[in-house]
Design a protein around this ligand. Structure first.
Ligand code: SAH
Ligand code: SF4
Ligand code: F3S
Length: 442
């Protein structure tokens, strides 16, 4: 039996996976602090540790299992420490955690975060609990996320996904698609503007299929309204689906200076046969037509993508088609993965027939080509001057700062006196790698 619930209990949250999870961590933090808990960034002094988990690929889950082995030590040191699993793995594995991992005290899925304080209380009373119902309506609309930065905000506008790509576990871990109302989003943007925020990342698993049914607002309308409501804020968004990449959306982006010229548009494969098996809902022709429109209306717009190597039945020809589309589009960046079979998905029933060494070989070929392409594009940035919003100290050096261009490229530059997070500075690019630009404030 644990000690009685102490209102000053400190909670440490460790976040894995996509931006949606990072945004959810801020929502969970807000729910907890509403209930009298405090959030700490130090696991050593925490009373409760939460792991906000990801299920998208096997290696993402493996990381969590390894972390749990580590956390046993914390539990040994502090007999009162509680450990909760939240996020997508909680939804996918449910009671398995409680059955198989004796150190886990409670499990909460993405649509039940309002119950986290109650589950902590119950666990304090010695009762291990689980809450993993998915909802058709929960959007945490009324909760003001506990943001840690004063300049950059994540703004989740929708949750879930109805696309059911055959390889993907997200529709099962996050449930059906649902959008927040335009009214509540504009109110939140207005508040962020008042609080001095400089950049907002608009988030959704399928952000451009946003639809506020009550007002008939689509994603393009929302983006336009957001850009007008807060002219001093820079807006980015992620992740868009090629099927929902309408002319109207591209036109809206082009019209507004404070909407970043950056689109993450995952293509997954360059082969029509594989795209069909993946249930992606578009052809290479449709995809390239979207790219053409983007480049026409926004020359210089940066574009990134996701690629899966070694999907079931992928042949060397299919793989070559993927290499071709990388070259044809000329992506500024890409996230590249080996296909990983996920239970419950449609592709799980298909034979995972591309041998692992062959997947690795294809993936490496893709990475190498993409590296060359982004290296070349970044080289072309040398000599240009970009307005950059200062984000944080550089990860590699305390003497440098980093921020992003309008086109989402990371820029590292020497710190100078008086510079602070959220400032906009003009940086002249002097050198580059395939991932980063380096320059000087001018
Ligand atoms: N909603 C986003 C993707 C979310 S998951 C979209 O539709 O684009 C992020 C990326 O993980 C996907 O784009 C895909 O490239 C990759 N991914 C998802 N499931 C995968 C799997 N089973 N194996 C390998 N990669 C996967
Ligand atoms: Fe997964 Fe496809 Fe939905 Fe993206 S659109 S989250 S890949 S099912
Ligand atoms: Fe992972 Fe869930 Fe995001 S599976 S990628 S954390 S939606």
């Amino acid at each position: 039996m644990h000690d009685k619930y102490n209102p000053k209990n400190k909670v440490y949250i460790e976040t894995y996976g996509c931006q949606m999870n990072f945004s959810d961590t801020e929502i969970v933090s807000a729910i907890l602090s509403e209930s009298g808990y405090s959030i700490t960034d130090n696991p050593d002094t925490a009373d409760v540790i939460l792991l906000n988990t990801c299920s998208v690929r096997d290696n993402a889950e493996r990381k969590i299992h390894e972390r749990l082995i580590h956390l046993k030590r914390y539990k040994k040191k502090n007999k009162h420490l509680l450990l909760g699993i939240i996020g997508c793995m909680a939804e996918r594995l449910r009671t398995k955690f409680l059955d198989e991992k004796q150190i886990v005290d409670f499990v909460v899925g993405p649509d039940e975060y309002r119950k986290v304080p109650q589950l902590i209380e119950n666990a304090n009373e010695g009762e291990r609990g689980i809450a993993v119902k998915l909802s058709r309506v929960e959007t945490y609309d009324d909760i003001v996320p506990l943001r840690t930065s004063g300049s950059f905000a994540w703004l989740s506008i929708m949750r879930g996904c109805d696309k059911f790509c055959s390889f993907c576990v997200v529709p099962y871990t996050r449930g059906r698609e649902r959008s927040r109302s335009l009214e509540s989003l504009l109110k939140e943007i207005e508040r962020l503007r008042g609080d001095g925020f400089k950049e907002i990342m608009v988030l959704g698993q399928n952000v451009n299929s946003y639809k506020d049914l009550s007002s008939g607002t689509d994603f393009a309308d929302l983006l336009a309204a957001a850009a007008k409501t807060a002219p001093g804020i820079r807006f980015r968004y992620m992740t868009s689906h090629p099927v929902d990449m309408s002319d109207k959306l591209i036109e809206t982006m082009a019209e507004h200076d404070n909407v970043c010229k950056f689109i993450h548009l995952p293509v997954q494969s360059g082969s029509d046969r594989i795209l069909k098996l993946m249930n992606r809902g578009y052809t290479v022709e449709h995809y390239l037509d979207r790219i053409k429109k983007i480049k026409e209306l926004m020359p210089g717009c940066s574009i990134s993508t996701d690629i899966i190597a070694g999907y079931p039945t992928e042949t060397v020809e299919d793989h070559k088609a993927t290499l071709d589309i990388l070259s044809e589009v000329g992506y500024d960046g890409a996230f590249m993965f080996k296909y990983s079979p996920r239970e419950h998905t449609k592709a799980y029933n298909q034979n995972d027939d591309v041998p692992d060494e062959e997947k690795t070989r294809r993936l490496n070929e893709i990475i190498e080509l993409q590296h060359k392409i982004s290296g070349k594009l970044n080289k072309a940035e040398i000599g240009k001057i970009h307005p950059v919003i200062v984000e944080s100290m550089s990860k590699k050096s305390k003497l440098d700062w980093q921020g992003r261009t309008d086109t989402n490229k990371v820029v590292v530059f020497p710190a100078y006196h008086g510079i602070k997070e959220g400032d906009t500075v003009s940086v002249k690019i002097e050198r580059s790698t395939s991932a980063t630009l380096f320059g000087k404030v001018v």
